[in-house]
Design a protein around this ligand. Sequence first.
Ligand code: X2X
Length: 335
Amino acid sequence: MLRTVVLAAFTAGMLVHGGAAVAQTYKSEYRLSTVLGTAFPWGQAGDRWATLIKEKTQGRINVKQYPGVSLVGGEQTREFTAIRQGVIDMAVGSTINWSPQIKELNLFALPFLMPDEKAVDALIHGEVGKDIFKILEKREVVPLAWGENGFREVSNSKRSITTPDDIKGLKIRVVGSPLFNEIFTSLGANPTQMSWADAQTALASNAVDGQENPLAVFFASKLPGIGQKNLTLWHYISDPLIFVVNKDVWAQWTPADRELVREAALQAARENIENVRQGDASVLAQIESGGTAVVRLTDEQRKPFIQATRQVYEKWAKTIGSDLVKKAETAIAKR
Ligand code: X2X
């Protein structure tokens, strides 16, 4: 019904008033959800997408960003459901946060699957990325582009981590799917699941000892200032971001505007990935000069971590789908 009205308005608008008639059928504001705000590459990505949409559509589509997943009261693992329900119109969301609803997204959290940025690119810009977009389309959202939160490194307030033994007994905050609990349990740690908002309070009060997040998040959240003085670069997983639009919202827009929203997403996502990757070196330098002890694991030092988590990897590969995991492993081997 709505679609018919929009199309009719579009046709009439084309014939009679140029683009003007179209705008009347659009919402006055589209709500864009992100977990992090503009102090972080993730929030900047959402902000940039919104700005580009406004520019490209000459104001026909007006997007407002809601950071802190405030549209779902900060409960980031409920974001995907809220997009489907139309509580959220569009999002730049993390594979981790949506993985409780879409089991295939756990792929990116298989421990030590992606050793470097080229491996990430082999997935998101290859067949695997296309397969996952098809899965999202079946779940009634419109996926437009892949961005990046980044490689997740582990920090804690107690001691340097260079071997799995060092992580034993540490209380580590994790998020998202049960896969994270299993990874940290396999390493002998004591994982506890909570939202990012709660995590910062828990870290500050020493209710938990550690956490894992990309360098840009660690730094801009000022975690060293709340006692997170030990950081280990182990590159165990990288969390891609996905730019999506609710399917009914998408259907409201004219084909020409949809194309502009897609172009805007692709551009914002490209810039986001560049920002994260180019920013990492300077962020790391600032972390180190601020007094955080940084351990860089060598390939040799990573091996016992890979071994310790291997059973979890194999178990979850079946949950995710062995074909998809094999496709990912092959794409990474060929990178
Ligand atoms: O909660 C986290 O750790 C964060 C901010 O990285 C995500 O939303 C996945």
